[in-house]
Design a binder for this molecule. Structure first.
Ligand code: S3P
Length: 427
């Protein structure tokens, strides 16, 4: 795909697609529940559709009309043994959260993913689930997909998370929901909290004190209707675009502003972005609102520690913002980037360098000098949706054409990305 730099700013109001983390969880919880659940604002990207397909293969009727799902749950006990291997595609969230469920179901399942997912670590969920009594077999002794889950009764455990990962926390809690007794997960620092905030909406009691979350096994889920807010991780691309392209003024409407997800806004504020946030409503426990951002003079900053888990998916686009900021930006404590859809430290640095950025990878992040004018050239998404979108935003401010290889990966989380971008550029 070829993209040309723009001469005008981005303007207008936009609603971005539904939150990916909340969409996955809506499908999982509604499929395990008894009764009919309606999910509105569902993200119809490839990743979330994998989760839908997994439950259809276990006998759950899920009707979809665009971004509206009707899920006819019959309860955990009515799930059927799938006759085909379950396909997780590129989706780490499907793989990790479903592992917690499959480990606790009374039948045999096998699961596999695409090339990228097959190289991502699964031992982080397999190991605690085995501690709970799960029979899981897999490549490299269960470190990688494909995996097979056999029927075995799970026992609750207390588990200290060795990595800051909401996927691992969720997998253990979901295994715990199907186990006997109580399961407690202790986090090293806060990670996105959608599992523990959404389960009560499906009638499941979850106790959270500080960094400890507990769930009693054997609880039944009841149907619930969910309105999915816009995904701040998708909004981040246009928020940064508006900040770095002169003459921009963009408002992202009805976007999720959960405090475990809003690090990108906090960091951009620290970088001096003209950004304002208005919370307009709460959907369930999720604060939702509008984010206005205008072209800004950014300055470099250091971000590290606790905030990293809160903006982990936004680091590629924040790195682009940093190339346009005055001074040095240092990103630390982000080793987890190495095990995302690609090694995002390498993917961000390699591709931004092609466009003339001064960016150096480190063991746990990157160091960026700015501001640097960016130039045209050939880059690749390396099959990673967030790298592809970052490159498309970078192409708005280059001095010549940018060729983006493998742009189709953007469909993983944002199928309408280019039409939304063109809409903001139209006026
Ligand atoms: C997610 C958690 C994060 C994030 C991913 C979605 C979730 O992964 O990067 O896009 O929905 O729980 P980790 O838990 O591996 O950090």
């Amino acid at each position: 795909m070829r993209r040309k730099p723009v001469s005008n700013g981005l303007t207008g109001n936009l609603r971005v697609p539904g939150d990916k983390s909340i969409s996955h969880r809506s499908v999982i919880f509604a499929s395990l529940a008894e009764g009919k659940s309606m999910i509105r604002g569902f993200l119809d990207g490839e990743d979330c559709l994998r989760t839908v397909e997994v439950f259809r293969n276990m006998g759950v009727r899920i009707d979809r009309e665009g971004t509206e799902l009707t899920i006819h749950g019959r309860g955990v006990n009515a799930l059927e043994e799938p006759v085909v291997p379950l396909y997780f595609g590129n989706s780490g969230t499907t793989a990790r959260l479903m592992s917690g469920i499959l480990a606790g179901l009374p039948f045999f399942t096998t699961a596999y993913g695409d090339d990228s997912l097959s190289n991502r670590p699964m031992d982080r969920v397999v190991q605690p689930l085995r501690q709970m009594g799960a029979s899981i077999y897999g490549r490299e002794d269960g470190k990688k997909l494909p995996l097979a889950f056999d029927n075995s009764a799970l026992q609750g455990i207390t588990y200290e998370l060795p990595v800051k990962s909401a996927q691992v926390k969720s997998a253990v809690l979901l295994g715990g929901m199907l186990a006997e007794g109580k399961t407690t997960v202790i986090e090293k620092g806060p990670t996105r909290n959608h599992t523990e905030t959404m389960l009560p909406e499906f009638g499941v009691e979850v106790n959270k004190t500080g960094l400890e979350v507990s769930i009693e096994g054997g609880q039944r889920l009841r149907a619930s209707d969910i309105n999915v807010p816009g995904d701040i991780s998708s909004a981040a691309f246009f928020i940064v675009a508006a900040a770095i392209v002169p003459g921009s003024n963009v408002t992202i409407k009805q976007v999720g502003l959960n405090e475990t997800r809003n690090g990108v806004i906090q960091v951009l504020e620290r970088m001096g972005a003209s950004i304002s946030v208005t919370i307009t409503e709460y959907i369930g426990k999720e604060p939702v609102g509008d984010v206005n951002v205008q072209s800004s003079s950014l300055k470099g900053c250091v971000f590290e520690g606790e905030i990293i888990a809160n903006l982990i998916d936004e680091i590629p686009i924040l790195a682009l913002a940093a190339t346009q900021a005055e001074g040095e930006t240092v990103i630390k404590d982000a080793k987890e980037l190495k095990v995302k859809e690609t090694d995002r430290i390498i993917a961000v640095c390699d591709n931004l360098r092609v466009m003339g950025a001064e960016i150096t990878p480190t063991e746990d992040g990157m160091i960026i000098q700015g501001p640097t004018p960016l130039c045209g050239g050939e880059v690749t998404s390396v099959g990673d949706h967030r790298i592809g979108m970052m490159e498309a935003i970078a192409s708005l401010i280059t001095d010549g054409e940018v060729v983006i290889h493998r742009p189709e990966s953007i469909n993983i989380s944002y199928p309408g990305f280019f039409s939304d971008l063109d809409f903001l550029l139209e006026k």
